[in-house]
Design a protein around this ligand. Structure first.
Ligand SMILES: [Cu+2]
Length: 269
């Protein structure tokens, strides 16, 4: 058998070996339509958050799969080629193996490509805005509080402005306490947030929504939340903005659409 024939056979063999991990990786991403394990993490209170969590679950499953393959191969090599009384010879030594090097170069490239592709698709989904949101909320950040102003499609508008008390007395209070501003949202609805700052850069962060975005002076950031469940969630500024940055807390209260409409009407100005 010539050297060329040997190389072709090795490459074919490598190609067959590639099929197994490639199938593993593709099957993980094909699971996108299924309910994936959340590994104990809250699945998110918006469809956007759930999209991010799905990607996170896929990457964790992928990581576990890769980790298991690496661990098993290390264990196999350590046990199979261990030195013993029956086998005291040094295993075969070689300095290069082109098919193997191609194999372990292509696989990480495929993995990185899939992770990049999955991330872009998820980010595009999160950043998508609908043509006609159920509600539009103008969120204005300032040192040191938040202003929420509503402009619904039925013409009702109202302004809720809660000034955070800049005193250390509030430090022990949770974000959901009544001293802090509250952003009311209807459940199972798509709400547009129009975010800006009037002074310095702040961070609009809601952990349960898996969402954070800068509130910048002179820049308007627009995004949608599609709420899935009712609840009272904490929010905070996550960009250091000055002395009372830690006091820039707020809460997000998601209520039924009927409750939201009556609240909005009763607060209309
Ligand atoms: Cu801040």
């Amino acid at each position: 058998m010539t050297h060329r024939q040997t190389s072709v056979r090795s490459l074919r063999s490598t190609g067959r070996r590639l099929l197994v991990p490639a199938a593993l990786v593709l099957s993980v991403f094909a699971l996108g339509g299924c309910k994936l394990p959340t590994f104990g993490q809250f699945n998110g209170a918006t469809t956007q958050a759930q999209t991010e969590n799905k990607l996170w679950s896929q990457l964790v499953i992928l990581g576990i799969g890769v980790g298991l393959i690496v661990f098993v191969l290390i264990l196999w090599a350590a046990v199979r080629y261990r030195r013993s009384s029956k086998n005291s010879e040094i295993p075969k030594q070689f300095s290069e193996n082109v098919p193997l090097e191609i194999f372990y170069t292509i696989i990480p490239c495929i993995l990185v490509g899939l992770i990049f592709w999955g991330t872009v698709v998820a980010e595009n989904t999160v950043d998508t805005v609908v043509a006609h949101p159920a509600e539009i909320v103008n969120v204005t950040a300032y040192r040191w509080g938040w202003r929420f102003s509503y402009a619904s499609s039925n013409g009702v508008s109202q302004h809720v402005m809660v000034q955070t008390s800049a005193t250390p007395a509030l430090y022990a209070k949770p974000a959901t306490s009544s001293e802090y501003p509250q952003l009311m949202l209807p459940s199972n609805s798509t709400v547009r947030i129009v975010l800006q700052s009037v002074d310095v850069i702040h961070g609009f962060y809601i952990p349960a929504f898996e969402f954070s975005r800068y509130a910048q002076p002179g820049v308007i950031n627009t995004f949608d939340f599609t709420t899935t469940s009712t609840g009272n969630f904490r929010g905070q500024c996550n960009e250091y903005c000055g002395l009372y940055h830690a006091e820039m807390l707020f809460s997000v209260k998601v209520v039924s659409p009927a409750t939201f409409t009556s609240w909005l009407t009763s607060h209309a100005s």
